[in-house]
Every structure is written in C-alpha cells, then in structure tokens.
Design a binder for this molecule. Structure first.
Ligand SMILES: C[S@@+](CC[C@H](N)C(=O)[O-])C[C@H]1O[C@@H](n2cnc3c(N)ncnc32)[C@H](O)[C@@H]1O
Length: 228
C-alpha cells in the first residue's frame, strides 16, 4: 500500500527552506521534460482558473501559454519568494501566490478549472488528503494532473526504493516508495491517461478527469500574494 515511512511536515518545511537557494540549479534540468508534458496534458484554456499545488520556485511558470488566472500555493515562504521573483521576470502580474498547506486548502469548492501538482505528492505527509483537497477545489470534469516519481513495479528497483525510503524520507525531501495505484484508489481518482516521463522514464504523469457531483456554489479565487 502506501509507504510505511512517514514524512513530518516540520522536516519537509525545513528541508525546502534549506534547498530553496539551489533548487532551480539542481532540479530544473532533470525534471524539465516532464514539466513540458504536464502543461500539455493540463490543456489550460485562456480563461481557465488554474491552481498549482506546491508550486515551489515556479519552474513551470514559463511553460504556461497564458497567465491570466493562475494561483500558486506552497507551504514554504522561501520557495515562494523565488516564484515571486520569477513572476516579475516573466511580467506575469496575474499569477498570485499564497502560503498554504495542501492538506487543508483555504479555497472554496470548485474554485479552479484545472489543478496541477508537479513533484509534490510524495513530499506531503498525507498524499490521499491532498488529492481529496484537489478534487474538492477543482470543478467537476476539470483536469487533475499529477507528475511524480512512484514506486517502481520492477521487483529489483522497487526493492531498492524500499531500502532507500527510510533515509530519503528522514531528509524531508521526498519518499521514494509511494505506490501509485493504491493512492489513486484511496483518493477515488480514475486516470484517463498515464505516461512515463524524464530520465529512464522514471517519473509518471497522470491526468484524471474530476468525477464528482457539482455543488451549487462556485467560489471566487482568493487573490494576492500572502505571507511571502
Ligand atoms: C520537490 S518541490 C516541487 C516544487 C514544484 N512543484 C516543482 O515542480 O518544481 C516540493 C514542493 O512542495 C512543497 N510542499 C511540501 N509540503 C507541502 C504542503 N503540505 N503544502 C503545500 N506545499 C508543500 C515544498 O515546500 C516544495 O516547494
């Protein structure tokens, strides 16, 4: 089922505050091909309201065809400060950022048309809770796109990832042995496409169509750049 090793939110926050100065240098190139594909399958329209969960330093921002209604949230103010600098560089004033916990989002139900989470879902203490929150804030039939590394189905690789899990989880950077299928089942998400991306096809890009009943209220986007 899910990884038996648990991330502590405090350790995750400390880890990303620490790596924020070098994050782009280390992670941009390795993760880039997956990012390009993720924005493609998200299929954002010019008027769509997009949420990026755990936006980090905003490395996906240059890849969006439109910036009009994008909200980025992250737990780390330090990562978001980098994203804010990127927003100025890109001259994308309509992107707003907010410090928020993905497990308890402060957005109303159905606020967004589509939601993207790249390299985040194995970084949160409770990935199922995050996916449930994503479903809640995304409108029915909206696209939910997850890009992440999941535990390999290859017996040797899977075993190696299991062995590395206690060390990597303790660093707070990510847990390498999160399993995709049980996670989607627990969150009640059915993928309409899955592709393998990045080096050695080691990461998976999953798109789900949000299948849920429409609730009567569609809430506004919470704007502004909070707590940076
Ligand atoms: C590996 S980075 C990915 C950043 C970005 N999505 C990217 O593609 O480069 C993981 C990010 O998740 C954020 N994060 C971790 N736990 C979180 C939580 N509970 N709520 C919101 N963001 C969180 C971290 O602060 C970090 O910025």
């Amino acid at each position: 089922m899910r990884s038996s090793w648990h991330l502590s939110q405090k350790t995750v926050s400390q880890a990303y505050a620490l790596v924020s100065p070098v994050y782009d240098l280390v992670f941009n190139r390795i993760f880039y091909p997956g990012r390009v594909e993720a924005i493609k399958v998200l299929e954002p329209g010019p008027e769509d309201r997009i949420l990026e969960v755990g936006i980090g330093t905003g490395l996906n921002l240059p890849l969006y065809p439109h910036y009009h209604r994008l909200v980025g949230m992250d737990l780390s103010g330090k990562m978001l400060r980098k994203a804010q600098a990127r927003i100025y560089e890109l001259n994308a004033p309509h992107v707003s950022l907010t410090v928020m916990d993905a497990m308890r989002m402060g957005f109303a139900d159905n606020t967004f048309d589509h939601v993207l989470a790249t390299y985040v879902i194995s970084v949160v203490p409770d990935p199922t809770q995050v996916l449930q929150e994503i479903k809640r804030v995304c409108r029915p039939k909206g696209h939910i796109v997850i890009l992440n590394h999941f535990k390999s189905e290859h017996p040797v690789m899977g075993r190696l990832e299991g062995l590395m899990a206690p060390i990597l989880t303790r660093t707070g950077l990510f847990k390498p042995d999160l399993q995709l299928t049980p996670l989607l089942e627990q969150a009640g998400l059915i993928p309409d496409q899955i592709q393998r991306v990045n080096l050695f096809s080691g990461w998976r890009l999953i798109r789900c169509i949000n299948t849920k009943e429409m609730s009567p209220e569609v809430g506004p986007i919470e704007g502004g750049t909070d707590g940076l």
